[in-house]
Design a protein around this ligand. Structure first.
Ligand code: G3H
Ligand code: 13P
Ligand code: ZN
Length: 311
């Protein structure tokens, strides 16, 4: 099956009360881990590429690696631009074969966010590509930009109808307490999402797919492995999986996960070298890293997203 957009994926996810995982990819092993996991779980999947990933791997390499994934499986796969900062990067991605792009103008003033998002939507829709945009502001680190917790802003339900109707977007990312990176809450803080805001947005936009960024849960067993084998990730705390499950059962159709995969990849490599200090063949430690990442993705699909057997 060729690359697909997220349109049909989201229609089914909305009706079925589950979400599709959007996992960040930077190299071949990550793409293999995610796609093998999704294929074995018979789940649709979104592979997303950030500006940092484009810089690291070259989008042409990533496109061909994703194409290899498409040719070796038969599940629905979408290729998505994560956090597109301007029209040019969205256009380059659309021209380069992506089936979905995010224009993230959420830090810009209201009218500017609308104007830029609308311009991307017009170009994308003319090329059969779908568009995600964002309202509200998440805390944390994305593409080298750090948003401090006090600058974060929940999405206002009062704004969503005007924003979606004036821009024509296909999905909306909202801020309800998730944040980017592995340090989302301080010890002692109550790690809850504002499910009430999500419910209200769901009422204002019936049938419309909502996206959650910054949704890593930071599994403590993986953090413990990192810390046991020479790493230092004190107080790495994520979003409880129970909160994500509530969101997936409501209007949330896409859940973005990156940090959890990074931690799993790194935990396996740290463990590998600790147990095999003489190894120097990258295939040896990357085999472990890929296998560990695959297990995490399977866990997300089966136990958090609910997208198994929905391919
Ligand atoms: O939201 C950001 C993603 O985690 C991508 O991170 O910009 O370091 O590739 P990155
Ligand atoms: P995490 O840092 O929580 O994995 O979020 C990833 C993300 O939102 C990518 O856009
Ligand atoms: Zn994000």
């Amino acid at each position: 099956m060729p690359l697909v957009t997220t349109k049909e994926m989201f229609e089914k996810a909305y009706k079925g009360g589950y979400a599709v995982g959007a996992f960040n990819v930077n190299n071949m092993e990550m793409i293999q881990a995610i796609v093998e996991a999704a294929n074995e779980c018979r789940s649709p999947v979104i592979l997303q590429v950030s500006a940092g990933a484009r810089k690291y791997a070259n989008p042409v390499y990533l496109r061909h690696l994703v194409q290899a994934a498409v040719e070796t499986t038969d599940i629905p796969i979408a290729m998505h631009l994560d956090h597109g900062a301007d029209f040019e990067i969205c256009k380059a991605s659309i021209d380069g074969g992506f089936t979905s792009v995010m224009i993230d103008a959420s830090s810009k003033p209201w009218e500017e966010n609308i104007a830029l998002t609308k311009k991307v939507v017009e170009y994308a829709h003319a090329h059969g590509v779908v568009v995600e945009a964002e309202l509200g502001k998440l805390a944390g680190v994305e593409d080298d930009v750090k948003v401090e917790a006090h600058d974060a802003m929940f999405t206002s339900p009062d704004e969503v109808e005007e924003f979606t109707s004036r821009t024509g977007i296909d999905s909306l990312a909202i801020a309800i307490g998730t944040s980017h990176g592995a340090y989302k809450f301080k010890p002692g803080q109550d790690p809850k999402l504002r499910i009430d805001i999500l419910e209200e947005i769901g009422r204002r936009l019936p049938g419309f797919p909502i996206v959650l960024h910054g949704a890593s849960s930071v599994p403590q067993d993986q953090v413990a492995i990192v810390n046991k084998f020479g790493g230092s990730m004190p107080n790495a705390i994520g979003i409880p999986e129970s909160e994500l499950k509530k969101a997936a059962a409501l209007a949330v159709c896409k859940i973005n996960i990156d940090s959890d995969l990074r931690v799993a990849f790194t935990a396996a490599i740290r463990k590998h070298f600790s147990e095999n200090p003489d190894h120097f063949d990258p295939r040896q430690y990357l085999t472990d890293a890929r296998a560990n990442m695959k297990e995490i993705v399977k866990h997300k699909i089966v136990n958090v997203l609910g997208s198994a057997n929905k391919a």
